[in-house]
Every structure is written in C-alpha cells, then in structure tokens.
Design a protein around this ligand. Sequence first.
Ligand code: UT7
Length: 329
Amino acid sequence: MNHIQARFSRITGTGSYLPPRRLTNDDLAAQLAADGIETSDQWIVERTGIRARHFAEPDVGSSDLAVEAAKRALAAANRSAGDIDLIIVATSTPDMVFPSDACIVQAKLGAHGCPAFDVQAVCSGFVYALAVADSMIKTGAASKALVIGAEVFSRILDFKDRTTCVLFGDGAGAVVLEASNEPGILASELHADGRHVGILCVPGTVSGGRVFGDPLLKMDGQAVFKLAVGVLENVARSVLAKASRADADIDWLIPHQANIRIMQSTAKKLKLPMEKLIVTVDEHGNTSAASIPLALDQAVRSGKIRPGDTVMLEGVGGGFTWGAVLLDF
Ligand code: UT7
C-alpha cells in the first residue's frame, strides 16, 4: 500500500544576539539634548513602553549580528552550519546594496552551496521569511533552514526627529526550521498593501555613485498605529481559522515589538490575558525584522515557552506589510 507521509516544518532551535552598547531613554535624551532636541524617559515609556535599546558599533553590520544569532540557534538545534540547506535573512538594513546579507552570513558560517537570499518586508520580514521557509520545506526544496531577522536600524535613524529616533534598536534573532512528520508550523498568512508605502519608509536610493533622496526613516506614527491595530487582529483570526484553532488555544502571543499599546490591544482583542503576551520592547525598542525572533528566543531561554506550546507570531510594518504564523513549539 502506498503511504504518503505528510511533510511539515518545525523549529528545532532558537538564538539571538544584541550588540553590547545599551542606551537607556535617559542616555538617548541626553544625547539628543546636545542637539537641542527635547524628549524624556517619561514620554517614551508612556507612549511606547520602551526603556532601553541596543546600538551596534559603526564597524558592525547586520550580517555580524545575524551570524551570532545563527550560531546560537544552530547550537540549540544541535546542528552545524554544514547541515543547513537554506538560509533566509529578513532585513531592511543589509551590509551592502548587494549581495544579500544571507550570502554574507553563509560565507561567515562556512556553509557553502545552499540557496541563500534576503527577504525585505521591513518589520514583517521575519514572519515573511518563516512562511517562505515553511513552504520550501513542505515542497521538499529544503529540509533544514536557517531563518534569521537582523537589523541595524540605528544606521537609518534621523537623530533630529524625536518622533522616530527614540523608537528603534539593533539586534538579531534566528531559528533553525527542520522538516518533520508533525507540525510545527500549523498555518501562516502574509499580506501587503502598497497604497501605504509613504507612511513608513526610507525614501533614499543610490544612483550614479550618490545617495538620491533622504536615506533616513520617515514614519507617520499615528497612521501606522491605526492600521496595525486592525490588521493584527484580522490576520490572527484568519490564521487560527486555517489551523482550526481558537483564541484560547494560544499559549503565547509574540507580536512585532513596536509599541506596548499596540501589543496590549491585540492581546485584548484576542481575549488573551496579558501574561500570555511576550514583551521585549521595553529592553530592545523596535528592532524591525529582528524583534520577533529575539522575543521568541528570550522566551524560550527563560523557560516561558516550552515544547508543545502553541505560539502566535505576528508581524506588521512598512510596505504596508503584515502577517502571522501559528505554530506548536
Ligand atoms: O515597526 C513598524 C510599526 N511601527 C509602529 O507600530 C509605530 C506606531 N506608532 C506609534 O507607536 C505611535 O504613534 C508613536 C509612539 C510613534 C507616537 O505616539 P502618539 O501617541 O501617536 O504621539 P503623537 O505622534 O500624537 O505625538 C504626541 C505629542 C506631540 O506633541 P503635540 O503636537 O501634542 O504638542 C509630539 O510632538 O508628543 C510629541 N512627541 C514627543 N515628545 C517627547 C513626539 N515624539 C516625542 C518624543 N519626546 N520623542
């Protein structure tokens, strides 16, 4: 009798890395005050929940952070770089225009030959990358993937714009995703609406050896806030329905770590007690594509997330992009 074995993907190891330089809100406020820009710990905490962020040194690129996170994820999965047959890096702050961070990471890890590419979906990047890796594993195109989110947003911040520069930080998180007979990833869904390109963007580009336009981050915070709150609830419900699960089945919610108010509102809409919400935005700020794998790794290593727990990951950000992945850990 022919028996067709279903093929799923599951996370077998997590890792993360934060650059050592930590700036509290007071540190940043003092730095901005030197340029005549006023902000305060009180404003930042009240509006965002952020208390500190990490910034990489000038000679450290997102690929360096990615490699450290990847090494830790590989060790947790009990795998070596040579076992990996797919590398995807989610980043909007790659080392170079090209080649991709993924190729640079591959070279630094010494894992030659496997496909390696970047996914650019800003703060939804990790959820996009995880969904792509899951699809490639399900089709048999890969069986052991390294999926990484890595950012150095400090490089694209306008330190004269207090409405944005206090929000972001640098860091990286990674997972090893392996083929498995059982899920693993239960369901995922990705979305984009390019009509909202202008509300969160870095409008500069490189042309003729020069930077054209403004290569610093611009955000209409309130427009992003309103869109984010709506789409995060809808996409979570849709992914739960696809997986035939209910709100109450979620053990842990890991939304993109941008603003504690958005995260709490999503948890409330999903009728989840706040204890089920993983929060790292207070210590990391918004690390864009790195925020979800960083939060996941911290929650795993602290013993909160345990094997068998059901976890909802939700990304939202520039594009406008959003998406969710529901998984059994
Ligand atoms: O990663 C992608 C996803 N991104 C997000 O999810 C970001 C979503 N948006 C937000 O998180 C919030 O909109 C912000 C945190 C960016 C802003 O919070 P808000 O409650 O929407 O504040 P606001 O923009 O309405 O500004 C309120 C006041 C303004 O002053 P006036 O006009 O009321 O006098 C701002 O000028 O706060 C002022 N302000 C600040 N004051 C001190 C803005 N930034 C600062 C600051 N320090 N850093």
